[in-house]
Design a protein around this ligand. Sequence first.
Ligand SMILES: Cc1ncc(COP(=O)(O)O)c(C=O)c1O
Length: 466
Amino acid sequence: MLTPTSKPLATIDAGDLFAAHEAERYDMHSRRLNAQMVRVLKTIGYDVGFCRGAGAYLYDREDVRYLDLLSGFGVFAVGRNHPAIRESLKSVLDAELPNLVQMDVSTLAGLLAERLLAKVPYLQRAFFANSGAEAVEAAIKFSRAATKRPGIVFCDHAFHGLSYGALSLTGDDIFRKGFEPLLPDCRRVPFNDLAALEEALRGRDIAAFIVEPIQGKGVNLPDDNYLKDAAALCRRYGTLFVADEVQTGLGRTGRFLAIEHWGVEPDMVLLAKALSGGHVPVGAVLTRDEVFAKVFDRMDRAVVHGSTFGKNDLAMAAGIATLEVMEAEKLVENADRLGTRLIAALHALIPRYEMLHEVRGKGLMIGVEFAAPQSLKLKAAWHLLEAANKGLFCQLITIPLFKQHKIMAQVAGHGSHTIKLLPSLVLSENDCTWIETAFDSVIADSHKVPGAVWSLGKTLLENARR
Ligand SMILES: Cc1ncc(COP(=O)(O)O)c(C=O)c1O
């Protein structure tokens, strides 16, 4: 018999296990998981052994605090280890709920669906999956079933995930190469090109046009009229307009959905990442009644699409708690306000630094783009580096940001000259000052040749040639 204070025999204490073995993490991964990832971390000096996360921060072994501008690729919008999310998750376990009965329907999924759809009142139905890619897979199948058409149109430089359907809609060749053949009938058009979109839709064989309102790879913004006109074209040709808000949704850009900036009402909205507060994998498709009526059209097709863990209680409770936290802490408003401040402050640096080309974004999804310099000394150094490996210059910014200023940021895609800021939405004014001071200092150093930053460039070059 268990007494209330005793633990079941096989209980593990994750904290103790972590503490006892965290020093072996790089060795274990080199030996048993993806060794290339360990090489990357060691090369750029990110192998500091993070031991704790709280809010917008990570702490290393020495308890040094880092400002995390990656936020787990955007999943920690409400901050790492938010106490309300943690307590909500514990409450699920403590309540011993009838999770995943399968031959019943989930109460918590019903509640999360109601709350999400209340924020997107022009859509009526929700489907829950386990990741962003799974939400994209569902969108492909639902669009085909709803329209009885085969084609899907996606944009150049788009990122929709890495499972086969999602990968077939990902416009970045580095991800596709080596994995072909991909799904047939997927057509790529340039982002921001309405004529190309119309050309693709004209044959009336396209089920859906899938688009990120702001492209994650590169932080590419749509032209002012692009999304609205694209939605109108879709309507004209009977194509569903699918907004992939896996990264941009849930307050990231200073609106609940990014698409609200342009006043568009999509036929489908895809969510994931931040929806569970970062703790539990989750994905969601929000769509119209008519789409569900076509997909789940008979009793014997009630389970025609789904996934075993979809709608699990931990994910659903975390989703409900996340929406509560966002509202209570006014995180959408915070993202809007601090994003505006950061974009203005970083933009103000442009006249001072010839390699700082552009600062763009919305809310707390910000791209800082660099470009080749004009002055001879810098030009020679830039081209030497870029000839070895396109995009390497950005590491001359991100490495000192990390080492000297304890800020973790990364490049916005392969071969990109844009650094992406994707922090937690709980960021503070002081954090903004931290970011602004650090970027100013590191960019200033990168404009000094010879200098410490370009010595680092030489080391990176040697590594790149190995
Ligand atoms: C816009 C977008 N769609 C889909 C995905 C895929 O999500 P996941 O990694 O959860 O499969 C991502 C991931 O970064 C994304 O940014």
